[in-house]
Design a protein around this ligand. Structure first.
Ligand SMILES: [Zn+2]
Ligand SMILES: [Zn+2]
Length: 291
């Protein structure tokens, strides 16, 4: 039988205005026996997706601050927050990716556990259009690609006139609303064009919500693992080591050879074999056999 959860019966404060408890409550309850309590703090003061307030810190720092806001508001010792950032893939610039971060804070154990994932399944995209193009084949194809209307959009003037500098219409979920937003933003744009973007806030983007759910399960699995040295929750993978040897010639490839596991409380680390048990790389990844 699995050891008892270190957080059974505890309440964990989740800082969100965007309904993330819908996907995080289950893993925390079923995996840890913990109950989520939503702290609806105004996290927009930390910056927002639609860019009205410029983000001041990197996503991980923003996420830690968000969790701390909830702890301060509720007085609970356990806090949770999520943060996403979106942009081009670091190695493949035409491929959009999402970076999702979950931070769990345990004030009594002085523990911060971070789980992250690079998400290739994202609808993140933007496009400049004019109202007359609403029914064009190209824009229709783009709307299909970003999964509108199940996934919401944001519109703003492409060249905002001085009085419309802050005009930004969010959570557009219907064709009628999109038509209205295009007309409104075009009228406030010096060149009559509108910048349409995917609304990446979790409650507006089911694809992102699903990726936060996967990350929630990942974090809960980690919190159930206790450090072999000090017994703190959160023993898990903190990084990987490249160098898996080529099957033909033994040269080190860029593939993962070992995983580094670590404890956030005492600093203990261990190297472990790959989870899938692979000990050799296919020669197609080898810089010598397949340069
Ligand atoms: Zn080789
Ligand atoms: Zn430890």
């Amino acid at each position: 039988m699995a050891p008892a959860s270190p957080y059974a019966g505890c309440r964990v404060c989740l800082t969100t205005l965007h309904g993330k408890e819908r996907v995080l409550a289950r893993p925390f309850f079923h995996g840890l026996g913990a109950e989520l309590l939503v702290a609806g703090c105004d996290t927009d003061q930390l910056g927002s997706f639609s860019g009205e307030i410029e983000r001041l810190a990197d996503p991980l720092t923003t996420c830690r601050r968000k969790a701390a806001l909830g702890l301060a508001a509720t007085g609970l010792p356990l806090g949770l927050a999520s943060e996403g950032s979106f942009g081009p893939h670091p190695a493949v610039p035409f491929l959009p990716v999402g970076q999702e971060v979950l931070v769990f804070i345990d004030l009594e154990r002085e523990l911060t556990v971070v789980e992250q994932r690079l998400e290739l399944r994202t609808t993140f995209a933007s496009r400049t259009v004019r109202p007359a193009e609403l029914s064009s084949a190209a824009f229709t194809a783009w709307l299909h690609q970003v999964r509108f209307p199940s996934h919401a959009l944001i519109a703003r003037p492409a060249q905002p006139s001085p009085r419309a500098a802050r005009l930004c219409i969010k959570a557009i979920r219907s064709r009628a609303d999109l038509e209205g937003a295009l007309g409104h933003c075009a009228a406030a744009s010096d060149d009559g064009a509108v910048l349409v973007e995917t609304d990446m806030r979790a409650h507006c983007n089911p694809t992102r919500m699903a990726s936060i759910r996967r990350l929630g399960f990942q974090l809960v699995r980690r919190l159930r693992e206790l450090c072999p040295a000090c017994g703190s929750p959160g023993w898990g993978r903190t990084g990987t080591l490249a160098g898996l040897p080529c099957r033909c010639c033994g040269t080190a490839t860029s593939l993962t050879a070992q995983e580094r596991w670590g404890c956030a409380a005492c600093g203990r680390t261990e190297l472990k074999p790959r989870r899938d048990g692979r000990r050799e790389a296919d020669p197609m990844h080898c810089p010598w056999c397949n340069p």
